[in-house]
Design a protein around this ligand. Structure first.
Ligand code: HEM
Length: 221
């Protein structure tokens, strides 16, 4: 895949436009070695997800109890619950990175369906908006470190890769949160109680109500 910036000086090539988000993100995935030349996932993904969960749980240690005990154990059995969870998250991240494509309605609606199904599967964990925010920012900081290790120029990370990845991950989180809220709302008790709202006063009534008060004040003064 061609780059849109000069590998020697790190500047965007003269006359080249920064490509669309989907191309930028795919290029990023290949630059950090997350996928090979044929677009297939490599072992880099395992390291990335392990790093991600390590940072997430050190930022929010109380979350550890929700995940398998061997989540951060790279040497535990590959069939263990921790390794399976890491594989599932990696698949989800790769799906977002390859399918997020605002110029392609079909891809976006398939991505949305995938995200909604995923959100409903983990609705029981009742993740908060802050926790979703933490997932996005921790993922971005892990991706940034992988970019540094792969000698991606900082300026290109900041001007192209970070904004495109942030949009994709924010979109994913947003869709998941919306689906979770609606799914949880469906499960909740419908409101059957009739709430009586106070009657609205007519403007003339308000005026006539105000007059005696004003008069009373005047009298007092
Ligand atoms: C963009 C945000 C997120 C993505 C892409 C994501 C992805 C996933 C995936 C793919 C799974 C495997 C289950 C499945 O799909 O069937 C999963 C499970 C889980 N997620 Fe998330 N998740 C996100 C946010 C969060 C947040 C904010 C929390 C915070 C509480 C969370 C807590 C969990 C837990 C506790 C599990 C289950 C672990 C287990 O079964 O042992 N996730 N997540």
């Amino acid at each position: 895949m061609d780059t849109f910036y000069c590998r020697e000086c790190g500047n965007v090539k003269r006359g080249w436009k920064v490509p669309d988000d989907n191309s930028v993100i795919r290029l990023f995935a290949s630059e950090i070695g997350l996928v090979d030349a044929a677009g297939q996932p490599t072992a880099v993904g395992n390291a990335l997800v392990l790093d991600f969960y390590g940072r997430l749980l050190s930022a929010a240690p109380y979350l550890a109890q929700k995940f398998p005990a061997d989540l951060l154990d790279a040497n535990a059995s590959l069939n263990g619950r921790g390794a399976k969870q890491r594989d599932k998250l990696l698949a989800a991240v790769l799906a977002v990175m390859t399918m997020f494509n605002p110029g392609d309605d079909q891809r976006m609606s398939r991505l949305t369906q995938t995200l909604e199904a995923m959100a409903l599967r983990h609705a029981q964990h009742r993740a908060t908006i802050e926790e979703y925010g933490a997932v996005v920012s921790v993922l971005l900081s892990v991706l940034q470190d992988f970019a540094r290790t792969s000698n991606v120029p900082e300026s290109i990370w900041e001007s192209a890769y970070e904004p495109a990845l942030r949009r994709a991950l924010t979109f994913a989180s947003g869709r998941m949160m919306a689906a979770e809220s609606l799914g949880l709302a469906e499960d909740s008790e419908p409101i059957t109680e009739v709430i009586e709202l106070p009657q609205q006063q007519q403007p003339e009534q308000q005026q006539s109500d105000e007059q005696p008060v004003a008069a009373a004040r005047h009298e007092q003064g």
